[in-house]
Design a protein around this ligand. Structure first.
Ligand code: GLN
Ligand code: ZN
Length: 784
């Protein structure tokens, strides 16, 4: 008998920190509410870490991470580690208290982030008196948001938190030898910003490296043999200065700590043109993403120097699908043979932070669908099986391999996934279907005649406050405590009140208020075939905010109208035009877990056709204005510039496909809540919406420059009311913003509206703000 060679190590790179039952959220919110103190919060966190380490060990993970836990955000933790704590937070050296940490996260009075715009979350910087929260932005192309580090020229750093060392020691005391995780210095600097224009954060590399070296030295002194350093910036377009910074950083780490082994982790894409630079870095291991970029395997294996340990990111860390392990083993066999089992590790493509914790908690999912899924714990099982299969121990895991292959085959052929009618329909899409009948100028003339609106028409973006009563009624209805009839009656009253109020204050174009919607994507996903929803599938979006993304598992169709009845009811209450309100296909796609057996563009086209049906039904029912929100169009942009064109082509085509089935007299609106249009203005133009509303109040209308230089011809509603803040803007502030808009646009193009929907605001804020907005419109009209 020969004993099998030692099994290939299995790593996770990082795990969800929220707890299987969202324990961390409860602990944080109780702490912030002042109901519990530091000790409880820290105890619960330690218990979560311990449970996390135990689960990984039990599932066969052999390279267990530490310091992947965070109370709020790992980028914030890194800012704290290096003492990048702006003065406003009042830290004067020494141990950083939790109050400072959370002031950076949420603002000194803790009011931050209460207002969020759909899924795209913004710090509520202007709330309250104290220091505002740090800015928050998307972590690469995920829906995780990090706190943006703040730097100043010539800034110095100092070791201000030993979290990484403490958590390593904590694990060790519990009997786990872990591989600590740090966010790498180059990615960290590149993610930061400075008030100083033209400032290059990489100029601080020399100042920050000693702190990193200090931390690494302490980790090593405490027994850490390996440290994982994440440099996801390696999958971005980098210039030579950035590549040079990487060279300098890792050379100085290697020089200071020649014995410490660094696993350099890259993820979310291909190394591409950074491959050679990466492979020349003096590190002991390299993790590569083989799910987003399977094609890079050969080049990496070919070019990596023989002693380099390759961590193969083979299991999808960004999506919830179960892998086909036999097929994967087949594919990786040659790599293992070539590099040797001791120079290979198996891992998810990236940290498991981006998937829900445990599929076993989903007791209500369709059993077939469930058998095709894997959440973080199931992915660990998969890695363990893969390791056995590739370590010459496949007999032991034969059942698991067979089950995985059978699930893949069942999914491939399931009628729950494949709908011939949908395939036939997407196959029959013509170019003409994505074109309005007439050009904008013709449509605009017909629409102006039809509506007879005043100059500078006023409207809102769709939602009105989701009050405690609205949320209570929804949850009572979901629990069965409120009957369908009673719930509908309640929603009708809310809607009627909102319509009446909009009429009273003199808005020109009304909305129904979206009281019936839990979420702008979920509401549609629940009514479309091909989508499923979990009970506990939470994923951290930022801080204590988690989302449960819909699972797009099959061909999408719309069995019945989704919004027509609510629109019809609301419109019946008023003579003024009331917009039909829909979420666009690109946004539905970008905020869901999507199929991996179909290109994103194809899945998006299916959703576009379903939304097109809804648009046509709304028009049939009499809706003269239909708004299709594409809040997430920009955030779907690929990480590499070279791929933008292709994405924008199909994204725009999908928007046009869903919006072009209507007549010239029907006015199509769209809404996008961002403030960056320069680099996508061609695509915005190509969408050809009759009216677009955007977020502009904070940028003082400067982003309209992009529209002006493009000579954007259609109508635009630049937001004049910053809905991320509870503050009520004065009439003069709004007229001021409008005169700035008028310097950049033609008067005939301009609509007046808030930056985004109002669902996160209170009526007490919304009412005076919109009254002022209408007054601002009147002031401008009478002055022209
Ligand atoms: N119509 C949506 C609302 O008002 C739009 C939200 C968004 O763009 N995030 O809530
Ligand atoms: Zn918005």
């Amino acid at each position: 008998m020969t004993t099998p060679p030692p099994a290939i190590p299995v790593a996770t790179l990082g795990t969800p920190r929220i707890g299987p039952r969202r324990e961390l959220k409860a602990a944080l919110e109780s702490y912030w509410a002042g109901k519990t103190g530091d000790a409880e919060l820290l105890d619960i966190s330690a218990a979560l870490r311990a449970a996390n380490w135990a689960r990984q060990k039990a599932r066969g993970v052999t390279v267990i991470p530490s310091n992947d836990f965070s109370l709020y955000d790992q980028v914030l933790d890194t800012s704290v580690m290096v003492g990048a704590i702006p003065e406003v937070y009042g830290w004067r050296g020494g141990k950083v208290p939790l109050s400072v940490h959370f002031a950076m996260a949420r603002g000194a009075d803790g009011a931050a982030s209460e207002a969020s715009c759909g899924h795209s979350h913004h710090g509520d910087g202007s709330a309250g008196q104290g220091a505002p929260a740090q800015e928050m932005t998307k972590w690469f192309d995920t829906n995780y948001h990090y706190m943006v580090p703040e730097f100043a020229p010539n800034q110095t750093f100092q070791l201000a938190s030993l979290k990484a060392v403490d958590e390593y020691r904590e694990a060790k005391a519990l009997g786990y030898e872990t591989r600590p995780v740090l966010l790498g210095p180059v990615t960290f600097l590149k993610l930061g910003k400075s008030k100083e224009a033209g400032f290059d954060p990489l100029s601080l590399l020399g100042n920050i490296l000693p702190v990193y070296v200090d931390v690494l030295r302490r980790l090593s002194a405490n027994g850490a043999e390996w440290v994982q350093i994440d440099e996801p910036c390696l999958v971005l377009d980098l210039d030579n200065a950035a590549r040079d910074a990487l060279r300098r950083a890792y050379a100085s780490i290697a020089h200071a700590l020649p014995k410490l082994k660094i696993m350099l982790a890259t993820y979310f894409g291909a190394l591409g043109d950074n491959l050679d630079a990466t492979l020349s870095l003096p590190v002991a291991g390299l993790h590569v993403d083989l799910v987003r970029a399977p094609e890079q395997l050969e080049a990496v294996v070919e070019k990596a120097r023989p002693g380099l340990v390759l961590s193969l990111g083979a299991i999808d860390g960004r999506n919830i699908w179960r892998a086909n392990l036999s097929a994967l083993a087949e594919r990786l066999k040659a790599v293992v043979a070539r590099r040797g089992t001791d120079h290979v590790q198996l891992a998810p493509s990236c940290s498991l932070l981006h998937v829900p914790v445990d599929l076993d908690q989903e007791t209500d999912l369709d059993p077939d669908l469930k058998s095709w899924l894997a959440f973080s714990l199931q992915k660990m099982d998969e890695l363990a099986v893969l390791s056995a299969a590739l370590s010459g121990d496949s007999a032991r895991v034969k059942d698991a391999l067979d089950a995985s292959a059978a699930a893949a085959e069942a999914r491939r052929t399931s009628p729950k996934v494949h709908n011939a009618a949908v395939a036939a329909r997407t196959g029959a899409v013509t170019a003409a279907m994505a074109r309005r009948t007439s050009p904008f100028s013709t449509r605009a003339e017909l629409q102006h005649k039809r509506f007879g609106l005043p100059a500078f028409p006023t409207t809102t973006i769709g939602s009105f406050p989701q009050t405690a009563e609205v949320r209570q009624a929804r949850s009572a209805h979901a629990k069965g405590a409120l009957s369908d009839d009673a719930y509908t009656q309640f929603l009708r009253e809310e809607t009627a009140r909102a319509v009446r109020w909009q009429e009273d204050i003199g808005l020109d174009v009304l909305v129904h208020g979206e009281f019936e919607r839990n979420d702008m994507v979920q509401y549609f996903g629940e009514q479309l075939s091909g989508f499923a929803f979990t009970k506990h599938g939470w994923v951290q979006s930022y801080g204590s905010r988690y989302v449960r993304p819909p699972i797009l598992f099959g061909d999408v169709a719309r069995p019945a109208p989704m919004t027509v009845e609510w629109w019809r009811y609301a419109q019946s209450l008023t003579q003024k035009p009331l917009k039909g309100m829909l979420t666009g296909p690109v946004t539905i796609l970008n905020w869901s877990f999507v199929r991996d057996d179909l290109p994103r563009s194809a899945a998006c086209r299916q959703i576009a056709l379903a939304i097109r049906d809804e648009v046509e039904d709304l028009e049939q029912a009499g809706a003269a204005m239909i708004q299709i929100d594409e809040a997430a169009l920009r955030e779907g942009l690929p990480l590499r510039r070279s791929q933008w064109g292709e994405y924008l082509r199909w994204a725009v085509e999908c928007f046009r496909l869903c919006s072009s089935g209507v007549g010239d007299q029907t006015q199509i609106h769209t809404h996008m809540c961002y403030s960056e249009f320069n680099d996508i203005i061609d695509a915005i133009g190509a969408m050809d919406a009759d009216v677009i509303s955007i977020e502009t109040s904070r940028s003082k209308m400067e982003l309209l420059d992009a529209f002006r230089s493009y000579k954007y011809p259609n109508e635009i509603g630049p937001g004049v009311y910053d809905i991320h803040s509870p503050r009520v803007p004065a009439v003069s502030e709004m007229t001021d913003l409008l005169s700035r808009a008028r310097q950049r646009l033609d008067d005939s193009q301009i609509w007046i509206n808030p930056d985004c929907g109002l669902k996160t605001r209170k009526w007490e804020e919304v009412k005076p703000a919109l009254v002022n907005m209408v007054a601002a419109a009147r002031a401008i009209r009478s002055a022209t």
